[in-house]
Design a protein around this ligand. Structure first.
Ligand code: AMP
Ligand code: GLY
Length: 424
């Protein structure tokens, strides 16, 4: 069978690499892919943008692919899944309507309220007056200012004081750093506690929990610096007990799927609850309608068996008789460009990738790379160095050992991924 992976980041490199190992897969087409997928056995890049619906569907039909797996939210929001299904092509990834759960914080907050899913108190504002009025009525303390639309994980500013929140809200509304994504803002109560990426594969009714993961959103060690798309992750998260998982299923996953069904929104794909484990229990910070990046790089390396059967069952709309393959601990360290997340500096020559993969449990996934007289920096998050192990500590150590082989001018990464396993 041929299949198509849509996207060109580290998550999609990991998906293509993992699926190419399935004995039933003859060829993996990756649109657009990256320098990493270009070099993988059985993989071939197609120069099609991830939101070019017509070209993607035409390629899937032409190559008679038996499965499409969609990585990024941009493709989901553009309606790629809907268009593939209209052609009868089995697809993993929700409809454009389902992707609103990620693409609009206002939509997802309303759905959470309707479904009784625990989340932070919030207000939605579109003018400076509304923002200032809401902030003036808040008790002193922290507040979170979020762009309503998609901003690649960067449209969120966690403010320590109301003064800072005023400044940030006015700057976002006036300067529009994320374009129309910040014509509406969500102002949100600041919660505290460890974060957890709780990802399930769902057919809209049944769901399979993936191994748990913890991302590290801030740029710098010690959770300092600006928010990013994610600087590293590990799996599984040791403090997630069966009891906590059952609470998350009952209070978050099941009511959310029921609310989607009640709205007539089909959902076949990954549903990712970004949770904060507060002293009052799990609260949803955001939903994503896809695998996390970089969580996926750790999870896909963690799986010890074939993931194709569960993806085919998801695409066919019935996960009731399927379970995920067994998994071991795994971790991924993101290597980012100088200037990331604000203004990544491109073109630096990357060395040491082959040396890193000499670490037998490690795998280097590409994201912002391109080939041009050697491997070059071509984006903010450049490489994800992943490794598996018998324990999370072993996986993390191997990932760092491999990462230490790689260098370029201005390369930055966190040295504390998984080190402060911040328990609730
Ligand atoms: P989001 O894109 O909404 O997940 O936000 C990105 C990051 O900002 C989260 O992973 C948290 O680290 C932080 N964050 C978002 N909302 C809150 C909140 N209400 N309280 C504290 N931190 C938050
Ligand atoms: N790692 C966070 C995300 O994928 O949104």
């Amino acid at each position: 069978m041929k299949l198509m992976v849509i996207g060109g980041g580290g998550r999609e490199h990991a998906l293509a690499w993992k699926l190419a190992q399935s004995s039933s897969i003859a060829r993996v087409l990756v649109a657009p892919g990256n320098a990493g997928t270009a070099g993988e056995p059985k993989c071939e890049n197609l120069a099609i943008r991830d939101n070019d619906v017509a070209a993607l569907v035409a390629a899937a039909v032409q190559h008679q692919v038996g499965l499409v797996v969609i990585g990024p939210e941009s493709a989901l929001v553009a309606g790629v899944a809907d268009a593939m299904r209209e052609q009868g092509i089995p697809t993993v990834g929700p409809s454009a309507a389902g992707a609103m759960l990620e693409a609009s914080k206002a939509f997802s907050k309303q759905l959470m309220i309707d479904a009784g899913v625990p989340t932070a108190a919030f207000a939605q504002v579109t003018t400076e007056e509304e923002a200032l009025r809401f902030i003036a009525a808040r008790p002193a303390g922290g507040l979170v200012v979020k762009a309503d639309g998609l901003a690649a994980g960067k449209g969120v500013v966690v403010c320590d004081t109301l003064d800072q929140a005023r400044t940030e809200a006015i700057a976002m509304l006036r300067d529009r750093p994320f374009g129309d994504a910040c014509s509406t803002l969500v102002l949100e109560e600041r919660l505290t506690g460890p974060e957890l990426s709780y990802i399930v594969l769902t057919d809209g009714t049944h769901f399979l929990p993936m191994p748990t993961a913890q991302d590290h959103k801030r740029l710098l060690d010690g959770d300092l610096g600006p928010n990013t798309g994610g600087m590293g992750a590990y799996s599984p998260v040791p403090f997630v007990t069966d009891e906590l998982a059952a609470t998350i299923h009952a209070t978050v996953i099941e009511p959310t799927l029921a609310a989607l069904r009640a709205r007539g929104i089909p959902f076949r794909g990954f549903l990712y609850a970004g949770l904060m484990l507060t002293p009052d229990g799990p609260r949803v910070l955001e939903f994503n309608t896809r695998l996390g990046d970089p969580e996926a790089q750790a999870l896909l390396l963690a799986f010890r068996g074939d993931i194709l059967p569960m993806l085919l069952a998801c695409a066919a709309g019935d996960l009731s008789a399927t379970s995920p393959p067994p998994s071991t601990p795994a971790a991924v360290i993101v290597l980012a460009a100088e200037g990331y997340p604000l203004d990544p500096v491109k073109d630096a020559l990357i060395v040491g990738v082959e040396e890193a993969e000499v670490v037998s449990t490690a795998k280097v996934f590409h994201a912002g790379t391109r080939l041009d007289r050697g491997l070059r920096v071509n984006g903010g998050r450049v490489l994800g160095v992943a490794a598996h192990g018998n324990t999370p500590d072993e996986a993390i150590s191997s990932a760092y050992l491999a990462a230490a082989c790689i260098r370029w001018s201005g390369m930055q990464y966190r040295t504390d991924i998984g080190k402060a396993l911040n328990e609730p």
